[in-house]
Design a protein around this ligand. Structure first.
Ligand SMILES: CC(C)(COP(=O)(O)OP(=O)(O)OC[C@H]1O[C@@H](n2cnc3c(N)ncnc32)[C@H](O)[C@@H]1OP(=O)(O)O)[C@@H](O)C(=O)NCCC(=O)NCCS
Length: 190
C-alpha cells in the first residue's frame, strides 16, 4: 500500500509505503540492515546497543520471517526500505491472553525520520492486528524515546505502567513505559 500526497507539491513529495515482508530481495535486505545499523548507532531503542555484524543482522531478519508468531512490516520511502516493525502474536499455549498482540522493534533510520514513516508503520501494524481479530495491542518503550512516546500517545495508546528497571544503557538504568490500545469498537467483549 502506498501513500503518495496529492496536490501541487506532489512532485517533490516523498512516496511512502508499508508492506508485510514475506521474502527479501537482496536490495531490500541490504537496505533494511543498513537502516537498522544506522538506528542502533543513533541510540535506536531496538534492543541492540551496538550494531551486530552485518551477517548476524541478515540472519536475524531471515529468522524473523520464519517465526510463526511474527509478522515483519517494512517501511519504504521513495523505493527504499528505511525502517520496520514487528507484530507479535501470543503463543498458542497462552489462551488467557489470546486476544492481545504486541508491537515490537519499531524503528525508522535517522536519515528517513520526519516523513511520517513511523506513524504509517504503526497504523499498518495496528490495522493488521485488528484485521486478525485482536482486541488489544500492547507495546513498551524506553522513557528516553521522546519521538516514540509522542507518536504512540497521539495514536491513542494508553500508558498503564512504568517499569523502573526496564533497560541498561551506557551503564545507567532506564525506565520503560508500557502502553495498550483497545482495537475493536466497544472495547473488550465479555
Ligand atoms: C520513534 C521513531 C520510529 C519515529 O520515526 P519517524 O518516522 O521520524 O516518525 P514520524 O515522522 O512518523 O513522526 C512521529 C511523531 O513524533 C514527533 N517527534 C519527532 N521527534 C520528536 C521528539 N524528539 N520529541 C517529541 N516528538 C517528536 C513528530 O513530530 C511526529 O509527531 P506529529 O505527527 O504529531 O508531528 C524514530 O524516531 C526511531 O526510530 N526512534 C528510535 C527507535 C524507537 O524509539 N522506536 C520505538 C520504540 S519500539
Amino acid at each position: 500500500m502506498s501513500d503518495r500526497p496529492q496536490g501541487p507539491d506532489a512532485a517533490q513529495a516523498a512516496e511512502r509505503g508499508v508492506e508485510r515482508a514475506e521474502a527479501f530481495t537482496e536490495t531490500d535486505l541490504n537496505a533494511l540492515c543498513e537502516a537498522t545499523q544506522a538506528a542502533i548507532l543513533d541510540g535506536g531503542g531496538f534492543g541492540w546497543l551496538a550494531p551486530p555484524p552485518r551477517r548476524a543482522l541478515e540472519q536475524y531478519y531471515r529468522g524473523v520471517l520464519l517465526v510463526p508468531e511474527r509478522s515483519l512490516f517494512l517501511a519504504r520511502l521513495n523505493g527504499s526500505i528505511v525502517g520496520s516493525a514487528q507484530l507479535v502474536r501470543p503463543p498458542r499455549n497462552n489462551e488467557a491472553q489470546a486476544f492481545a498482540a504486541t508491537l515490537m522493534h519499531s524503528f525508522v533510520a535517522p536519515y528517513a525520520r520526519g516523513h511520517g514513516m513511523a506513524r504509517l508503520l504503526t497504523q499498518h501494524v495496528e490495522e493488521a492486528a485488528r484485521a486478525l481479530g485482536y482486541q488489544v495491542l500492547n507495546l513498551d518503550v524506553r522513557e528516553s524515546q521522546a519521538a516514540a512516546l509522542h507518536l504512540y500517545e497521539s495514536l491513542g495508546f494508553v500508558r498503564w505502567g512504568v517499569h523502573p528497571a526496564y533497560a541498561r544503557v551506557g551503564g545507567l538504568t532506564v525506565q520503560g513505559y508500557f502502553y495498550y490500545k483497545l482495537l475493536q469498537q466497544g472495547g473488550m467483549r465479555g
